[in-house]
Design a binder for this molecule. Structure first.
Ligand SMILES: *Cc1c(COP(=O)(O)O)cnc(C)c1O
Length: 221
């Protein structure tokens, strides 16, 4: 388990480093976030033992059930939320995660702002954009983004950047380039983009956080 996890981790890191070098970027400017959704604690532990400390889950309840026992041994873990967030779970999310990558609507901005006041915590927030204008996907419409950025800033959110998941089965590069342009337009430096299928492309186009699941843990059931 440990040797396999270590090998997968080293391989993904090497691929990030190669893409960063090609683009004239420093690999140190790219955070590899291991997306451990659906994988049980015993599958996560080898990656922790291999030294990895940045993880993400896509459900608040799953994270709350799985992570406390791991955090007891690895208290320096950074845990993010990458999945759609219901406003009634905002306080749990603000309390539990260091970053929320799925802030995509005004009502959620308000809920996070209220949760920040109650908890005294201020997680980094990525505003999620529905970059391919797909009805089934989360994220705000591109046309709504200026309003959402302004609202999030006024509400006191710690706006770190933008996040998107491009359409499946088509070339991701144009969508990553578009997200990078939108971030620049709004003076935002964080770019949460790139998954197992496309993280090298994302790194070449400016990703600062790549969210990788299958390449680190194997296929999800
Ligand atoms: C599951 C998930 C990932 C990781 O997906 P892989 O293809 O397994 O790398 C990244 N981002 C989000 C938002 C996810 O839900």
């Amino acid at each position: 388990m440990f040797e396999e996890a270590k090998a997968r981790l080293e391989s993904v890191k090497a691929r990030i480093a190669r893409s960063a070098a090609l683009a004239g970027r420093s690999a140190a400017d790219i955070s590899l976030i291991a997306v451990s959704k659906t994988h049980p604690a015993e599958s996560i532990r080898p990656l922790l033992e291999a030294g990895h400390r940045a993880f993400a889950e896509n459900r608040v309840q799953e994270a709350q059930a799985k992570w406390p026992s791991l955090l007891a041994y690895f208290p320096d873990v950074k845990l993010d939320l990458v999945g759609q967030l219901q406003s009634n779970k905002a306080q749990d999310a603000v309390s539990f995660f260091g970053a929320i990558h799925s802030v995509d609507r005004a009502s959620l901005v308000d809920a996070i702002a209220r949760a920040q006041e109650r908890t005294g915590r201020r997680p980094r927030c990525f505003l999620q954009v529905n970059i391919g204008d797909e009805p089934q996907k989360g994220g705000c419409a591109i046309a709504e983004l200026p309003k959402l950025v302004e609202q999030a800033r006024i509400a006191g959110l710690n706006v770190a950047g933008l996040m998107a998941v491009p359409p499946a089965d088509v070339e991701a590069a144009p969508y990553f380039a578009l997200l990078a342009k939108l971030a620049r337009d709004h003076g935002l430096t964080g770019l949460s983009m790139g998954m197992t299928a496309d993280f090298e492309t994302a790194v070449m186009l400016g990703a600062t956080e790549v969210r990788v699941g299958s390449a680190l843990f194997g296929e999800r059931a």
